[in-house]
Design a protein around this ligand. Structure first.
Ligand code: F0G
Length: 351
């Protein structure tokens, strides 16, 4: 059977009405890959939810399709968002698909190249501010009353409704609920949506229990962990470079109610995990996504994850989004080779 996209596949669990347009880029249905090497070395059962295989390369498409479909239903002509990159790429793509205008506000110089390329090519109007994501979101929120404009950040409840579908897929693919779900936390919409999704599935009788939710902020942007907003958040993981998460309370509730936690991982740990994931499992995720892997590694040392447990790491975005960080941090030199068979055969003999 062909995949119809998340609105059609999970309609009974979503605010889909007979008036909702059947918008889709065939988002969702992403692979849940068993990480055999990391599972063996960490003595757990680790599965990777590859959200980077969504149509625009991140998990945002799940919530975006729902938010845009609803915006169309309400008669909007313009989609507006603040973004660290992925939301803007997703908004721009669905706007193009639906024939709407997309206006995006981003922090200047802090959006990965691939994400910027996407927004521009999909035809969005891109505005860069001399300020961080939190400032961009404040500007956007200020326009909430503009006629014909729909804000498609995760402060839009339809975004979170759509993003729940990732939790449904985890349960459907595993055939059970994992012990732990680990994911990066930026604006905190995704962890809020997963928790909502698992509870909805429990209520519907599709799940028998709930997982522990472990959320990981980048240390230089760990407002929730520190308990106070951060004016100048800094991290190599630009996707989660956020100092005052909009869904702060949602993340805290998910952690507390599930018996999980929100913790921080530093940039060195994120980059280590980023390289390790690529080299041991053959999976290229963006730095923010690697925070989930760094977090699992840390949680194994603190006892928050125990031997033998089933753990799902949500790899939120595709590594191709950020080629610059890959090249700058891979610790590998690209070597010159003379066009001469002797040189290549010498290189192959070298161990
Ligand atoms: N991972 C990636 C790749 C992201 O792009 C984001 C957020 C997150 C994790 C964190 O998710 O905000 O729901 O806690 N990116 C947003 C954006 C902020 O504008 O693209 P969250």
């Amino acid at each position: 059977m062909s995949w119809p996209g998340v609105l059609a596949a999970y309609a009974p669990y979503l605010p889909v009405t007979e008036k909702t347009p059947s918008l889709t880029l065939l988002e969702g249905n992403t692979p849940l890959v068993y990480a055999s090497h990391l599972s063996e070395s960490w003595q757990i059962r680790l599965f990777l939810k590859l959200e980077g295989l969504n149509p625009t390369g991140s998990f945002k498409d799940r919530g975006m399709v729902m938010a845009v479909a609803h915006a169309i239903e309400e008669g909007a002509q313009t989609l507006l968002c603040a973004s660290t990159g992925n939301t803007s790429a997703s908004a721009a793509a669905y706007a193009a698909r639906a024939g709407l205008r997309a206006v995006v506000v981003i922090p200047e110089g802090k959006v990965a190249l691939g994400k910027l390329a996407q927004a521009v090519l999909y035809g969005a109007e891109v505005f860069a501010i001399a300020g961080n994501f939190d400032k961009a979101l404040a500007l956007v929120r200020n326009q909430a009353d503009q006629a014909g404009v729909a804000i498609v950040n995760s402060i839009n409840p339809y975004r979170l409704e759509g993003q729940q579908t990732a939790a449904f897929e985890v349960v459907d693919a595993l055939g059970e609920v994992p012990d732990v779900v680990a994911l990066p936390v930026g604006n905190a919409g995704n962890i809020t949506a997963y928790w909502k999704g698992f509870r909805a599935y429990l209520q519907a009788g599709k799940a028998q229990r709930l997982p522990r939710m472990l959320g990981f902020e980048a240390k230089g942007a760990a407002a929730i962990v520190q308990g106070t907003p951060i004016d100048d958040p800094q991290t190599v993981a630009t996707a989660i470079r956020i100092g005052n998460p909009a869904s702060w309370q949602g993340a805290v509730n998910a952690a507390r109610e599930s018996g999980g936690s929100i913790d921080a991982v530093d940039d060195d740990a994120i980059l280590d995990a980023y390289r390790m994931l690529a080299r041991t499992e053959g999976i290229f995720a963006e730095p923010a996504s690697a925070a989930a892997i760094a977090g699992i590694r840390q949680a194994l040392t603190t006892g928050q994850i125990r031997t033998g447990e089933t753990v799902v790491a949500v790899l939120t975005g595709n590594g191709l989004k950020d080629p610059q960080t890959a090249l700058e941090t891979a610790q590998v030199e690209i070597q010159h080779l003379d066009v001469d068979p002797y040189h290549l055969s010498e290189a192959l003999r070298r161990v």
